[in-house]
Design a protein around this ligand. Structure first.
Ligand code: C2O
Ligand code: CU
Length: 459
């Protein structure tokens, strides 16, 4: 589908309503001429990437095996497709350790899910071909699922955009991948992992948008933009706000919501995605700051005050206002929950390190991965999960292979990752229609790698 995608991007950019990729969200080159098929090549390898201008760091990153320049980047090149496309990814591991590629949020066949239980990790020098069909429109991402805390932190993550048939009319569409990274003054990744990092997830000292610190982004004054936001941080929560303007949330993890809603600030937990519309009213020369505000995710972390993520520098205004917004959004039907719907309770727990040489441990129903008893779920079963967090910090809960609805809140949409605040219970409902062996875990990667992860067997 290569020529089509490039043409589409080119003419949409010309028409000022395309996917603007100014910050490194470069699509993977598709070598399949079939417009409904995508064939790409992804290589994971040690590379150099300057998070700070002029200060290259040694990272691990994805690069496009089919691109002429083939430079690795952080985030990695984007997988861009449309609903119904068949995707083939030829993956090669040039890292010094085994890895896998997990397609976070995509409903792939279980054996192509790239998790700890779906395949033997790809050894250094080896490859694996992942095959799946794009069944849902939205923003997703790919990343390793072995030693995920270390490998993702070193730079292995990339966005996936799947377009639907009728997308919202906008002047520009951007993918904004949020992350943080701990850098030394040289610009190199700090090798130091503190006990606080192990407890709350690695805490960076530099905030990143698409791999850059505080980028300046040009935008048209008066533009309506669609931003697809993704938090790839190991443990940092973002609480994004656009000085004095509201964000209209139109979608989240699994696609468009039944009905949009407006917020002043939006908490994005690790692993979550949000799709928002913003109106960049103002005049050429104005600068609008995208910032992250403090969100109290527990463990008494200090409030650093608002921090700048990026600056949107307004240029010459759009020629005409964007067309009217649709009156219908996502087609989402509420799952038919009744008092008879089976319930399952999942208790998240944490144990502080017992001694100075120890690490904290995290648990599910008082067991620690890999010793967490697998969940057995009937094919097509509809279940309610009551996720209880009695711990002293929030845990973003992620399930593979299925989308769920979050109960007891007003918005109707599909999610695969939901924040479970401390001392709270979040109820989710899902129809387990994708057979196979899957994983579920906290998306604070230090927690997942230290016990807070389990297996579910569907069908
Ligand atoms: Cu984003 Cu199991 O992972
Ligand atoms: Cu957690």
């Amino acid at each position: 589908a290569l020529p089509i995608v490039i043409l589409l991007l080119a003419c949409r950019e010309g028409a000022e309503d395309g996917l603007v990729a100014p910050l490194g969200a470069v699509p993977l080159v598709d070598v399949d001429p079939d417009p409904d098929a995508i064939e790409v090549s992804v290589i994971a390898a040690p590379a150099s990437w300057a998070f700070l201008p002029g200060k290259p760091a040694e990272v691990w990153a994805y690069r496009d095996g089919n691109a002429e320049d083939a430079a690795a980047r952080v985030p990695g090149p984007m997988l861009l497709g449309k609903l119904g496309d068949r995707v083939t990814v030829h993956f090669r591991n040039e890292l010094p350790e085994p890895t896998t590629v997990h397609w976070h949020g995509l409903k792939v066949p279980a054996r192509h899910d790239g998790s700890n239980v779906s395949q033997t990790p790809v050894a250094p020098g080896e490859g694996f071909t992942y095959e799946f069909t794009l069944t849902d429109a939205g923003l997703f991402w790919f990343h390793p699922h072995v030693e995920a805390d270390a490998q993702i932190e070193r730079g292995l993550y990339a966005p996936i955009v799947v377009r639907g048939a009728d997308e919202v009319p906008v002047d520009a569409e951007r993918v904004l991948v949020l992350d943080d990274v701990k850098l030394e003054s040289s610009g190199l990744l700090s090798p130091t992992i503190t006990s606080l990092d192990l407890m709350v997830g690695r805490q960076g000292n530099v905030l990143l948008v698409n791999g850059e610190s505080q980028p300046r982004v040009e935008a048209r004054a008066g533009a309506r933009e669609r931003w697809r936001l993704l938090n790839t941080a190991n443990g940092t929560f973002f609480n994004v706000a656009l000085a004095g303007r509201s964000l209209r949330v139109i979608g989240w993890d699994g696609g468009l919501l039944a009905r949009p809603y407006e917020v002043e600030a939006l908490v994005i937990a690790p692993g979550e995605r949000y799709d928002v519309l913003v109106e960049l009213g103002g005049a050429a020369g104005d600068a609008i700051e995208l910032q992250t505000r403090h969100y109290d995710r527990g463990h008494d972390l200090p409030d650093p005050g608002p921090r700048r993520l990026a600056t949107f520098a307004l240029q010459a205004p759009v020629k005409a206002p964007a067309p009217a917004l649709p009156t219908r959004w996502g087609e989402v039907a509420a799952l038919p929950i009744t008092d008879a719907t089976p319930r399952r309770s999942i208790r998240l727990g944490e144990q502080a390190a017992a001694g100075p040489a120890d690490e904290p441990r995290f648990s599910i129903n008082d067991e620690q991965y890999p010793a967490v008893t697998p969940l057995a779920i009937g094919a097509e079963a509809l279940e309610i999960w009551e996720i209880e967090n009695g711990a002293e910090m929030d845990h973003p809960f992620h399930v593979h292979g299925v989308f769920f609805q979050v109960l007891d809140q007003p918005h109707l949409g599909w999610k695969d990752t939901v924040n479970v605040p401390r001392d709270a219970t979040v109820r989710i409902a899902a129809r387990f229609d994708n057979p196979g062996t899957w994983m579920y875990h906290c998306h604070i990667l230090e927690h997942a790698e230290r016990g807070m992860m389990g297996v579910l067997r569907v069908g």
